[in-house]
Design a protein around this ligand. Structure first.
Ligand SMILES: NC(=O)c1ccc[n+]([C@@H]2O[C@H](COP(=O)([O-])OP(=O)(O)OC[C@H]3O[C@@H](n4cnc5c(N)ncnc54)[C@H](OP(=O)(O)O)[C@@H]3O)[C@@H](O)[C@H]2O)c1
Length: 207
């Protein structure tokens, strides 16, 4: 699969490396442009390409890996037909006060979906610490099914299948939490943030 990343920082680089290892290719875009992007894609190798926003948005799957508040400065037009995974987290101290999200009336990813009319949106890959992701993936891949690390995802049914395939390819077990509204159950202000447990442990945290 060809995956576009909006953002080329820690999350995009670690996920890109893992996705490339299992046979995918990536297009990365950032804010500062090619000078900063070029060494990143060179390090990732021939299956990584530097692109602009439009090119990243046209890939089979687009992963948002930038600060949450920066999403709302993006032109939504190129994403009108996109399948999007929102891997971002909302932090009030970094992204500003949003009372509807802070009081759990709205999931942060519901606001993301509203910003991209026509796009199909899922929240996923936001709970794991990227600094340790490669080790966790390796550990989970070699574990028996009951001990694999389960990752929550929620939102559009078709994009959930794509996200679940990616999770499984990396060695994780997808855990379907439900709709985009349900995605607030694993936002940064919940007990699932930075949680790396198995399916049963994740289910228990959700109850
Ligand atoms: N770090 C974690 O463990 C972790 C885990 C899961 C989820 N997350 C979430 O994932 C997101 C990214 O985190 P990160 O650690 O990868 O951040 P990061 O290392 O600071 O990288 C952010 C990236 O976003 C780009 N960016 C900023 N504004 C942009 C814009 N308007 N258009 C396009 N690109 C833009 C930056 O471009 P430049 O390089 O040009 O500045 C940079 O490449 C955050 O929402 C974070 O909360 C983080």
């Amino acid at each position: 699969m060809k995956i576009g990343f909006i953002g080329a920082g820690h999350v995009a680089q670690v996920l890109s490396e893992l996705f490339i290892k299992v046979g995918h290719s990536v297009v990365l875009t950032n804010r500062h442009g090619l000078t900063r992007l070029r060494p990143i894609v060179e390090k990732l190798g021939p299956h990584a390409m530097a692109g602009n926003l439009e090119q990243a948005a046209q890939q089979e799957l687009v992963i948002l890996a930038l600060p949450f508040k920066a999403i709302f400065d993006l032109d939504p037009q190129p994403f009108a037909d996109s399948a999007i995974i929102d891997a971002t987290n909302y932090f009030p101290h970094r992204d500003g006060e949003l009372s509807a999200v802070q009081t759990h009336q709205t999931a942060s990813t519901e606001l993301v979906a509203q910003h991209f009319p026509g796009a199909r949106v899922v929240k996923a890959f936001n709970t794991l610490p990227v600094a340790n992701l490669a080790n966790l993936a390796q550990q989970s891949r070699s574990a028996a099914a009951a001990k694999k690390i389960a990752l929550p995802l929620a939102g559009d049914a078709g994009v959930k299948l794509q996200a679940a395939d990616l999770m499984q390819a990396l060695g994780f077990l997808p855990y379907d939490v439900g709709s985009l509204a349900d995605s607030q159950k694993f936002q940064a202000d919940t007990n699932l943030f930075l949680f790396a447990g198995n399916h049963a442990e994740l289910a228990q945290k959700l109850t």
